[in-house]
Design a protein around this ligand. Structure first.
Ligand code: PAF
Length: 277
């Protein structure tokens, strides 16, 4: 595996490649969810590139940028094992040099859900992902369905800006008890880890009630909220049943819907979703 630590090194390596390039952008602290993206990228492309960059511009001032878990040596060992061809690990100073002031912003769908709770978050995500796409020039880029809104926002950016690549979204990878894999799960103490299963339980409840014929989205949201409120360590940021494409809240589930939620377990904010379709 080659390691590019500067943009120039990455661009030089890119120029030497022929054939398709699969790209997995990450913030590191890799888990099975990331590795499922790497595996798929390897299966579908001649070369696989994985970036590791904890992007400061997508964290709000009171969020966990400073404490976000980092373990680059372990990440590199995992990537090596997955037979990744190139790991790209740029520095913050090079990605955001002094005076940096150009931004990529998708309007509309970024106002809802995560965007409403985390102002500026998606502007940071789209800016860094656009930069990474310009540097790596992938044929395909891989994202997890766990960050469903992020995947939609990136697809919209790629379509609106005529970027020449395909976005592939892969299913959420879960722990045995259903908790969606996330680097932030590491913040949870044992009691919180147990409580965190409430997110997936609430999503399963939504799916079960929908399978039983419940199409009233307000009732479904209320049933999910009531279940989560039984967990003393959980504090709800939002519970949503929305159109899978526009993310507009539904009153009647008469089209494919995304049940999604953000819940704080202690100090840790977790998100998850499930499709009703
Ligand atoms: O999903 C993530 O890990 C990040 O938002 C991404 C896409 C790597 C951009 O920093």
């Amino acid at each position: 595996m080659k390691i590019a630590r500067t943009i120039a090194e990455m661009k030089t390596l890119r120029r030497s490649l022929t054939g398709s390039v699969g790209f997995v952008p990450t913030m590191g602290y890799l888990h099975e969810g990331h590795l499922s993206l790497v595996k798929q990228a390897r299966a579908e492309n001649k070369t696989t590139v994985v970036s590791i960059f904890v992007n400061p511009t997508q964290f709000g001032p009171t969020e966990d940028y400073a404490t976000y878990p980092r373990d680059p040596e372990h990440d590199l060992a995992l990537l090596e094992k997955e037979k990744t061809d190139i790991a790209f690990i740029p520095s913050t100073d090079e990605m955001y040099p002094k005076g940096f002031n150009s931004w990529v912003e998708v309007k509309g769908i970024t106002d809802r859900l995560e965007g409403a709770c985390r102002p500026g978050h998606f502007k940071g995500v789209t800016t860094v992902v656009a930069k990474l796409f310009y540097i790596v020039e992938p044929t395909r880029a891989y994202f997890g369905q766990k960050d469903a809104q992020q995947a939609l926002v990136i697809k919209k950016m790629v379509a609106d800006l005529n970027m020449n690549l395909e976005i592939v979204v892969l299913p959420t990878v879960r722990e045995k008890d259903g908790l969606a894999m996330s680097s932030r799960n590491t913040y949870l103490n044992p009691e919180e880890r147990r409580a965190a299963t409430i997110l997936f339980k609430a999503l399963l409840l939504a799916r079960e009630r929908w399978h039983q014929g419940e199409t009233n989205a307000k009732s479904l949201r209320q049933e999910m909220i009531s279940l989560i409120e039984k967990e003393p360590l959980a504090k709800i940021d939002y519970v949503s049943i929305a159109d899978t494409e526009t993310l507009e809240e539904l009153s009647i589930i008469d089209r494919p819907a995304l049940a999604s939620l953000a819940v704080r377990i202690g100090k840790t904010r977790l998100i998850d979703n499930i499709k009703l379709e």
